[in-house]
Design a protein around this ligand. Structure first.
Ligand code: S3P
Length: 434
């Protein structure tokens, strides 16, 4: 198990790489596959802690899931009403997606259940799902501070609501749509800004009618899901580390294969292009309803920008590594409207500002973002605060730093990207694990 990571400067990155499967789509493939009628085969599934936690939750509720090979699952769907009461609490580790989406599904079951997770997850806000679920008629309780463990009392009839989401969150939207499968009438969610739409896309793929009009999504309860096969594309959120890496490292030319480029996920590419990145998408194609492309990235001269707020929700998981790009860019980068970063696996505004300052970068945390003056990146020691994306972002930061960057507490890299160090080393990163 990787704990401390040392990242040193590199002379260039080369090669064709395939990063692991999309985390969001992997979670949803197990959820919908389990709730469908018939057998769903999944290929390209992300075998990392987070998505495996979702898989374990469903096997704990009686779903038979066979692993046919690496990333290849066969799920024997039990139908929307075929889950069985789990014998123990459902433990989902570090995974916010598992907890929030499962809360919606479990609210619609006839049995009681308890959802719990690790130290970080049990500090994250859950009222954002509990309040609207309660409005739908669910009986769900949390700690006094609105955190997990969540106790879900089964057997409460749900009714559809018309919910105006106060924050941009695909997890909240998805939780309510999944609960809506079990509700009477129509469940409608209005988002303040469009967020990833994998739940909607995959529900449609399983034959369920979902209506989307700009930022309003709705469905009616009482239908059924029909099994289908799913080919999970590579995760653009994992690819993002390599995209920024190739931009900031001289003599670099890499190609990332089979990356999901769903337009609700490509904010990172738009932001980097605005900064002057040398990125080319080619071989664009549709794979099981999701857009996929190969992405070539070469060494780039980046310039600081004010990131347009309409791109924030479309790049929400990529900000840690976008901040690293900003540290290597000429001039100032300003990010605003990104307060959701404060409630991720860590407070990503604070942990990134602290980490960047520790390696000599002029970074100023603000309530809803950060201001970064690009320029020299020295070396230093970073705390990842058990956050996978903080750890990997500082591994990227070390590619052109003047000194070595030591990153503590990297074991959670396995929540989304178990082979990060191998893949990064194979294309020219200079990493050491302790
Ligand atoms: C996710 C939604 C986002 C994202 C997370 C995955 C999803 O969370 O940060 O990594 O799969 O729905 P929020 O809904 O909290 O923005």
């Amino acid at each position: 198990m990787m704990n401390t990571l040392f990242s040193r400067s590199s002379v260039g990155l080369q090669g064709e790489l395939r990063v692991p499967g999309d985390k969001s789509i992997s979670h949803r493939s197990v959820m919908l596959g389990s709730l469908a009628e018939g057998v769903t085969e999944v290929s390209g599934f992300l075998e990392a802690d987070d998505a495996l936690a979702t898989m374990t939750a469903f096997t704990d509720m009686g779903v038979k899931i066979d692993r046919l090979g690496p990333g290849h699952l066969r799920i024997q769907g039990v139908g929307l009403h075929g889950l069985k009461a789990p014998k123990n609490d459902l433990y989902v580790g570090n995974s916010g997606t598992s907890m929030r989406l499962l809360a919606g599904i479990l609210a619609g079951q006839s049995f009681n259940s308890v959802l719990t997770g690790d130290n970080s997850l049990t500090k994250r806000p859950m009222r954002r799902v509990l309040d609207p679920l309660t409005e739908m008629g669910a009986r769900v309780t949390s700690s006094e501070t609105g955190t997990a463990p969540l106790k879900i009392h089964g057997g409460s009839p749900l009714r559809g609501i018309d919910y105006k989401m106060p924050m941009g969150s695909a997890q909240v939207k998805s939780c309510l749509l999944l609960a809506g499968l079990y509700a009477s009438g129509t469940t409608q969610v209005t988002e303040p800004a469009v967020t990833r739409d994998h739940t909607e896309q995959m529900l449609r793929g399983f034959g369920y009618q979902v209506k989307t009009e700009e930022n309003v999504v709705s469905l009616s309860g009482g239908g059924q899901l029909t099994a289908r096969s799913i080919d999970v594309p590579s995760d653009i959120s994992s690819a993002a580390f390599f995209i920024v890496a190739a931009c900031i490292t001289p003599n670099s030319d890499i190609t990332l294969q089979h990356v999901g480029i769903n337009p609700t996920r490509t904010g990172v590419i738009d932001i980097l292009l605005k900064m002057g990145a040398n990125i080319r998408l080619f071989n664009e194609r549709l794979v099981g309803g999701e857009k996929v492309a190969d992405i070539q990235v070469k060494t780039s001269q980046l310039t600081g920008i004010s990131v347009p707020e309409n791109l924030v929700a479309l790049a929400i998981d990529e900000f840690p590594v976008i901040f690293v790009a900003a540290a290597y860019a000429q001039g100032q980068t300003i990010v605003t409207g990104a307060e959701e970063l404060r409630v991720k696996e860590s407070d990503r505004i604070q942990t990134m500002a602290d980490g960047l300052q520790a390696i000599g970068v002029d970074a100023l945390a603000t309530a809803d973002g950060m201001t970064i003056q690009g320029g020299r990146v020295l070396g230093g020691t970073i705390e990842s605060f058990d956050d996978h994306r903080i750890a990997m972002s500082f591994a990227v930061a070390g590619l052109q730093s003047e000194g070595v960057i030591q990153i503590n507490n990297c074991k959670n890299v396995s929540t989304s990207f178990p082979n990060f160090v191998e893949l990064a080393s194979s294309c020219g990163f200079n990493l050491q694990v302790q």
